[in-house]
Design a protein around this ligand. Structure first.
Ligand SMILES: [Zn+2]
Length: 445
């Protein structure tokens, strides 16, 4: 039997699996790409010969969780391999403890045909270190003018539909997209922003935009579109998912909509619950990074917005945590602030930034793991993922919540655009297992 096919036991860790309501010490047995058993003392009950037939990972002092799922990632294929590739992006994911990513369609060309969906899925299987799911574009070329055939995109393997990076400005077109998505049982992932209100905005409308003398992006640019799309979702009974909710008003709208029974879901990005606009350096650059590394969409908001996002995650208004990993080459990010593209990388820092919320008592351990695995699995209809139940896919993350580290200038992603370079972080993935196979081991890194 080839070594890679031996059953694997992860022993001695604290198993945190919200769906099976498990939070305690246990061993996890993986066999043939599936979770075969979770129970205390599985390893110690094996005889010597049986032990020789298993690979073993010692998880003492670590948490053992369902593989983390990031439902909002830009892997930049096809067409922008100077920023990221499926190979480098999924390596960064594995380093970050993430076993499944959904890659967005705002590429060159856009992923807006069944053939391209199939092609990127194929490349994902070939080049990906972790599972790669694909979002198909809602409109042709993400231009917001012609609706794609969402049924055919779904048949080609699109897990969801999104023009992310751009809003669908035409409300009637969005309404028809939601109806078409409903027929496929897959959600529309909504980049809720009003282009006209954002206009040339660069940073959150507030002190940082003033100081840097750039146009602001107002909170109501996000809120207006959130309100519109909740109304459309209510009208057609459609699966709407709101991406990167960043302002207090939008969190309130999602909370009220859910209370009224409207079937919507929402996500928050780690940078929005970590940084605010007053964290943006005054000068053109700090020691480690450039100001444009703080430029993303939606922008870093005000303190009260961050509070609202954290409260929304805690009470379940915001279902999932997703990075919006948006790699850009240094050449682009060192342009003038108003010229640089929007976005920061996030695959390697999502875990420590979320652990910081647990550390501060804002999220429980169970809530954190739920928001990063079970919730995205539920939203994307991934029936075999997001839990350590027997028979589920053997995607597992072994987390050392105490490890102290800092993000240095070299990482597994092809790009370095993050304002967190040099920041002290706590907690990382020690081992990342996909389909029963360890794809990343901190000791080997
Ligand atoms: Zn977006």
């Amino acid at each position: 039997v080839p070594r890679a096919h031996k059953p694997l036991i992860i022993r001695g860790g604290r198993v945190v699996d919200p769906l099976s309501r498990r939070d305690g010490r246990a061993d996890v047995l993986l066999k043939k790409g599936r979770i075969a058993a979770v129970a205390p003392r599985l390893w110690s009950s094996l005889g010597v010969r049986a032990r020789n037939n298993h690979r073993v990972i010692d998880a003492t002092g670590c948490w053992v969780t369902p593989g983390l799922i990031d439902m909002h990632v830009h892997l930049r294929e096809p067409g922008q391999s100077e920023n990221e590739t499926i190979g480098t992006g999924t390596r960064a994911a594995a380093h970050g403890g993430i076993t499944t990513v959904l890659t967005m369609a705002n590429t060159y060309p856009a992923i807006d045909t069944p053939d391209l969906v199939r092609e990127i899925r194929k490349r994902g299987r070939r080049d990906g270190l972790v599972n790669v799911l694909v979002a198909g574009a809602v409109t042709r070329g993400l231009r917001g003018e012609r609706l794609n055939d969402l049924k055919r995109l779904a048949q080609a393997g699109a897990t969801a539909f999104s023009d992310d990076g751009r809003p669908v400005m035409n409300a009637e077109l969005m309404r028809r997209a939601l109806i078409a998505a409903r027929e496929t049982g897959r959600p529309v992932l909504d980049h809720a922003e009003d282009d006209n209100l954002t206009a040339d905005g660069v940073l959150n409308a507030g002190p940082a935009a003033k100081r840097h003398r750039v146009p602001g992006i107002p909170w109501h640019s996000e809120a207006v579109m959130t309100m519109r799309d909740i109304a459309l979702a209510e009208a057609v009974g459609a699966p709407l998912h709101l991406c990167h909710v960043s302002c207090a008003a939008a969190v309130d709208m999602v909370r009220q909509a859910k209370a009224r029974g409207i079937a919507i879901t929402a996500e928050a990005a780690p940078h929005h619950f970590t940084l605010i606009d007053t964290d943006i350096p005054h000068a053109t650059g700090c020691r480690h990074c450039v100001v444009a590394d703080y430029k993303m969409k939606p922008p870093l908001r005000a303190r009260r917005d961050r509070e609202a996002v954290i409260a929304g995650l805690a009470d379940g208004t915001l279902d999932a945590i997703a990075t919006d990993h948006a790699p850009h080459s240094p050449a682009k990010k060192t342009r003038a602030l108003s010229e640089a593209p929007f976005g920061m990388i996030g695959l390697e820092t999502a875990l420590p930034l979320t652990l910081a919320l647990v550390e501060k008592g804002r999220l429980t351990r169970q809530q954190m793991v739920e928001r990063m695995s079970a919730a995205p699995a539920r939203i994307l209809n991934l029936k075999e993922k997001g839990s350590l139940a027997r028979g589920a896919d053997a995607d597992v993350t072994v987390i050392d919540p105490e490890a102290r580290w800092g993000l240095s200038g070299h990482s597994s992603s092809k790009s370095r655009n993050t304002p967190l370079l040099g920041r002290r972080l706590r907690g990382w993935a020690r081992t990342t297992i996909v389909g029963g196979r360890p794809v990343f081991n901190r000791e080997d890194a």
